[in-house]
Design a protein around this ligand. Structure first.
Ligand code: SAJ
Length: 420
């Protein structure tokens, strides 16, 4: 198969590389000339385990080439961003999807398949994408095949999950579904679930909304337990021993380009019907302010003004700071007058070592669960003015006995902890 993948980000690039690795001829398209040149030279712009090796393999096979303009193919895959609009309910902005479609339209021929992988609001395929193709004189389901196949892979485990996760294929017609399923047959070993386009759109959004709502519940529990002076983490651990309970983990907030974005697509499409989802978003959005309040309170008891953030990414072992609560907390702490230093071995622009970041600091604030933070060496904490560590991710395993270790389980033991 000849496949053109438009959008070489966290999803499009791994997808393109896998198609190439499995013997297809793949053209990767992105607006950035520097990025496409780098890819052709074997250099990645994102961190994802296994991707570098697979890129080398695809290039060695001669099956992958990146460029800034689409080329003719049998199947087109669109994996471009769909941010929130700045409107009342933060609805789905399909501008990049529409311009990607416009860029491939001149190359379309009878029997081609177009697959939208980007996360989209319910009814986008039938209300926006299908009319765009039919305006060009094609009949969808007869001479062009159109499907929404949402990506559902977890950053950090993308290369494995792309192959092994079940894949939802939502065609505009049954024939569209069959054609798109055949495309993914190239490498997907997970179950292929055939669906209608609208079902595929909404199920993807509800997966992330499910997680967002459950994290909101855990974050609310952290606040409740702090107020009631009960260990929230023990409560979660014990409750989860029940066979039908799966409380999620509290943290500094919900980030990334999925959970903090997608629920709004459903909310905007049905605002009157979605009060629970809206409150969950508010609870998760409140967490950076909650963390900053706790930091202010902890710092009020001590001399010194330096706070050291461990981890700026939206979650552990990745380099992605998009929609990261850690970045928001960093800005809020700076605005509050703290002298903020950051240590993040996964973010290239952060150049301080752990020792440098901790020097003369009064508090370490762990905001991302990078595995490097599991064991905190004494060489970091020895340099501190006051040895206090607040681990919002409950991930630190070992730290010097000289350090006062706090997490959402024991924060209430500090008399200055704030019950909000
Ligand atoms: N988080 C918590 N507590 C938890 C779990 C996560 O606070 O118990 C936070 C994380 O720290 C992070 C945010 O939630 O800030 C999101 O992280 P995540 O690991 O839950 O998810 P993403 O955004 O990296 O990927 C999600 C995944 N969706 C689901 O698990 C339902 C992934 O499978 C999707 O493909 C991806 O969204 C996407 O692209 O939509």
């Amino acid at each position: 198969m000849k496949i053109t993948v438009v959008g070489l980000g966290y999803i499009g690039l791994p997808t393109a590389i896998l198609f190439a690795k499995y013997g297809n001829t793949v053209a990767g398209v992105d607006l950035s000339p520097i990025m496409t040149e780098n890819l052709n030279a074997g250099h990645l712009h994102i961190e994802e385990p296994g991707l570098a090796e697979d890129l080398q393999q695809a290039l060695a096979l001669g099956n992958f080439h990146a460029s800034t303009t689409p080329v003719s193919a049998d199947a087109y895959i669109i994996a471009v961003p769909t941010p929130n609009k700045q409107d009342l309910y933060k609805s789905c902005n399909t501008a990049y999807v529409e311009s990607a479609l416009m860029s491939i339209i001149p190359h379309l021929k009878k029997n081609d398949t177009i697959i939208v992988e980007s996360t989209i609001a319910p009814r986008t395929m039938t209300d926006i994408v299908q009319p765009m193709i039919e305006n060009e004189g094609f009949t969808v389901g007869e001479d062009i095949y159109l499907a929404h196949c949402p990506e559902r892979v977890l950053p950090g485990n993308i290369m494995h999950e792309l192959v092994h996760n079940p894949r939802i294929i939502g065609g505009i017609t049954t024939k569209c579904t069959e054609k798109a399923a055949a495309v993914y047959g190239a490498f997907v070993e997970g179950e292929i679930i055939k669906a209608e386009a609208g079902e595929a759109e909404l199920s993807k959004l509800m997966e992330n909304t499910y997680r967002d709502v459950n994290i909101a519940l855990a974050n609310e529990l952290a606040k409740i337990s702090n107020y009631l002076e009960i260990d929230a983490l023990r409560v979660i651990e014990m409750a989860n021993k029940h066979p039908r309970v799966n409380l999620h983990q509290p943290g500094p907030g919900v980030g990334g380009h999925c959970l903090a974005v997608d629920p709004y697509f459903v909310i905007a499409a049905a605002p009157e019907q979605s009060p629970l989802m809206q409150v969950a978003r508010e609870v998760n959005n409140s967490m950076p302010t909650h963390v900053v309040s706790q930091v202010k309170s902890l710092m009020a008891e001590h001399t010194g003004n330096r706070v050291t953030i461990f981890g700026l990414t939206y979650k552990g072992n990745i380099d992605d700071t998009r929609e990261s609560p850690a970045m928001e907390i960093k800005e809020m702490l700076i605005e509050s007058g703290f002298d903020v230093r950051a240590f993040d071995p996964h973010v290239a622009s952060e150049i301080l070592t752990g020792e440098e970041a901790c020097e003369d600091s009064s508090l370490i604030l762990v905001l991302s669960d990078h595995s490097e933070f599991r064991d905190i060496p004494a060489s970091y904490t020895d340099k501190m003015r006051h040895q206090i560590l607040f681990d919002t991710k409950n991930m630190v395993q070992t730290v010097s006995d000289d350090v006062t270790y706090l997490n959402y389980g024991n924060l209430h033991t500090q008399k200055q902890a704030i019950s909000i």
